[in-house]
Design a protein around this ligand. Structure first.
Ligand code: ATP
Length: 675
């Protein structure tokens, strides 16, 4: 039927007309249409009340069921919120489909719709950060402060609890609406179809009907969650990642970032997405322009801040701070919100050292941008009102966050790491030659050639990543004895008749450095072995399942064929964990003497001696090198000719090859470390 609005004089709306906001007229009235509806009355009668009551009882039963399991396993909700535990049913599309191979996900209270999507993605088990975060977040409803290295699966660590939470809240809201509809209905035995017809009778008089904007379908859709991230690219990535796991949930996720047409952004938001992934700047703009969907920003149930450490830098902080104050406008809603703060470094959040606490007090009187990143992070946590968060920090306890870059990485992860390398101060990019050419990152201070390049082109391109435009930079070439020929060839091609100046290194500290490096290499090898063993076992299991073979029947054969021994693997893992702890401890012990504040130890140009404790200079590597060149010139007054080896050096390396301990000695090592 075709309905058109009826023009009415303004006065009619001045009286008490309840929810009536307009009248429409049917322009192609056809009595047969109503007949079609009334013919439905002849269909088998279904008691609406029974259906709805069953739905509510089902939900209630699930509340009880879930509450018991959650209580058994996890700590209670910070908010004492049990009503949120209502099992999502109505929006859980095709929940009866069997989800296989997801045993590891089963204890996290995730609905079937999400499990199905995880299965489609072949995410058979949660990553470490997900395992540690999900129980507390999904079932305990705790705020989370999380830190883990890049590519560890942080997005789903906060994304899954948000999606699962929204499904629960929505089903709770639906239950309330259903209940209130029931309460307002006459207590009759009408079937659903009869109710349709009676509704038609109630609302349609002749050829007119009332239009009620308060009906559920027309109301403003709630905004449940906001995810903040520092860059546009990340926002898009997070959205895509979440869309993939939300595909059976019916939850809409939108991106709000700078650089996108404002009209398009308004259109996206007018559809009422339940989750908005945004960069703070554009979000703030749209809020200030009065966007209606974003006007609910203070009632969001979930807030995630990804890459918080980067949000504290480069002009993001003030925007973030203002935005959070706006989000926090309503105190009671703030308390009901669940927060996720993910950052690469959370060390100072565990317990702020006393000297920093004093600094925080002092900083209150200063401007916000005078604060250190740690103070800013603390400030954000305070603004959010996080008091007893679950802290999940699986960073390896070092201040150095190396960022890998190589051809077998996903393009997406490569871009992320490059972005991070560009934005994070003191970061280290560990790259293969994929990064040797074309990369234009302005402030790279050092290029270290871990292996002597085989061609002069390679040397020039790699080195060209530093000292860009008018900036200074230093490139250091590490030459092993077996690489000497490469080095000499390189110098000849570059028409150098003198040796490259040597970077001063104090041998007496090298022992400690070597100890750490050896331990790191050993750990790396052990980890590789553990990974290989696990993937072999996983491969076998999967192959057996694909062929419908029961693994147990073949197990002994499988063991001998692949030399897989679960005890052995367990032992290697244990040893790797112990070695990691050892390394973390060693790395937290300073190599240089107490009181040393400089970056490099470099002997005095006058005496050639290492300065006493406290007199060491705080110098950059580039300045150290400049000094060396100057000193060489002054002391010798002549160039140092290129090294000429008397005889060809055999290809040998003085790098100790790391051998993995055998079974017996592994056990011995574990005992030694543990004692
Ligand atoms: N449980 C899982 N099983 C397998 N793959 C996963 C799982 N969780 C996430 N992934 C995949 O791992 C990759 C890295 O995940 P994600 O981007 O969330 O990491 P991250 O910790 O946020 O990294 P970054 O800090 O660099 O942003 C993605 O390709 C993602 O699809």
């Amino acid at each position: 039927m075709n309905w058109e609005p009826v023009e009415i004089g303004g006065k009619i709306f001045q009286g008490n007309v309840g929810e009536l906001i307009g009248i429409e007229v049917c322009t192609n009235y056809d009595p047969n249409v109503l007949d079609v509806k009334s013919s439905k009355r002849k269909s088998p009668k279904v008691n609406t009340n029974t259906v709805k009551k069953r739905k509510i009882t089902e939900i209630q039963n699930n509340v009880n069921k879930q509450a018991t399991t959650a209580k058994d396993i996890f700590s209670p909700s910070k908010h004492g919120n049990t009503s949120d535990s209502i099992e999502e049913k109505t929006t859980d599309i095709q929940s009866d489909v069997k989800v296989e191979n997801l045993v590891m996900w089963e204890n996290f209270g995730l609905p079937q719709s999400i499990l199905r999507a995880l299965q489609d993605l072949n995410f058979t088990q949660p990553t470490e950060i997900q395992q540690l975060t999900l129980p507390a977040a999904t079932l305990g409803r705790r705020d989370i402060l999380g830190a883990a290295e890049t590519g560890s699966g942080k997005t789903l660590a906060f994304g899954l609890p948000i999606l699962a939470g929204i499904l629960k809240v929505k089903s709770k809201d639906d239950a309330i609406v259903t209940q209130s509809v029931e309460e307002n209905e006459p207590d009759s035995e009408e079937s659903e179809f009869e109710m349709d017809a009676s509704e038609i009778r109630r609302h349609e008089t002749g050829c007119t009907k009332s239009v009620n904007i308060v009906t559920k379908s027309n109301s403003v859709k709630p905004l449940y969650a906001l995810i903040l991230t520092p860059t546009r690219e990340l926002a898009v990535q997070i959205r895509n990642h979440l869309v993939a796991v939300a595909k059976y949930t019916g939850i809409n996720i939108a991106v709000v970032v700078g650089g996108m047409a404002a009209v398009k952004q308004e259109r996206i938001l007018s559809k009422g997405p339940e989750i908005v992934v945004a960069t703070p700047g554009r979000l703030w703009e749209l809020i200030q322009q009065g966007n209606s969907h974003l006007s609910q920003i203070d009632s969001i149930r979930y807030l995630a801040i990804d890459e918080t450490d980067r949000m504290l830098e480069r002009g993001h902080f003030q925007e973030l701070h203002d935005l959070l104050e706006r989000i926090n406008l309503d105190e009671s809603r703030r308390k009901r919100r669940q927060n996720f703060v993910f950052s690469a470094t959370l060390t100072l959040v565990h317990e702020l050292p006393r000297h920093l606490k004093t600094k925080v007090k002092l900083a209150k009187s200063k401007k916000i941008h005078d604060m250190t990143p740690e103070q800013k992070l603390k400030k954000i946590i305070d603004v959010l009102g996080i008091t007893e968060p679950k802290v999940v920090d699986i960073t390896q306890g070092t201040d150095c966050h190396p960022l890998p870059l190589h051809a077998s990485m996903q393009q997406r992860q490569r871009l992320k790491n490059l972005e991070r390398f560009r934005d994070v101060e003191n970061s280290v990019l560990v790259a293969t030659d994929v990064a040797a050419r074309g990369l234009d990152i302005p402030c790279v201070e050092h290029v270290i050639h871990y292996q002597t390049p085989r061609t002069s082109e390679s040397y020039v391109h790699r080195s060209g990543r530093t000292a860009r435009a008018s900036r200074q930079g230093i490139t250091v070439l590490l030459v092993e004895p077996n690489e000497l020929q490469n080095y000499l060839r390189l110098c000849r091609t570059l028409q150098k008749n003198e040796d490259l100046p040597t970077f001063p290194v104090q041998g007496n500290y090298l022992k400690s450095v070597r100890q750490r490096v050896d331990l790191a290499r050993e750990l790396d090898k052990l980890q590789l072995q553990v990974k290989k063993t696990n993937s072999e076992a996983g491969w076998f299991q999967k192959a057996a399942e694909d062929m419908d073979i029961i693994v147990d029947d073949l197990y002994p054969f499988h063991l001998s064929a692949r030399r897989y021994d679960s005890k052995d693997a367990e032992q290697s893992k244990k040893l790797a964990d112990l070695k990691r702890k050892q390394l973390t401890k060693l790395l937290s012990t300073p190599i240089f003497p107490k009181g040393f504040t400089g970056k490099y130890i470099w002997p005095s140009s006058d005496t050639g001696e290492i300065p006493f404790q406290g007199e060491l200079k705080k110098e950059k590597a580039i300045d150290v090198m400049k000094n060396v060149i100057e000193t060489n010139k002054k002391q010798k007054g002549r160039i140092i000719p290129l090294y000429k080896p008397k005889k060809r050096i055999a290809a040998r390396s003085n790098v100790k090859s790391i051998k993995l301990p055998k079974k017996e000695s592994r056990r011995k090592q574990i005992q030694e470390i543990e004692s």
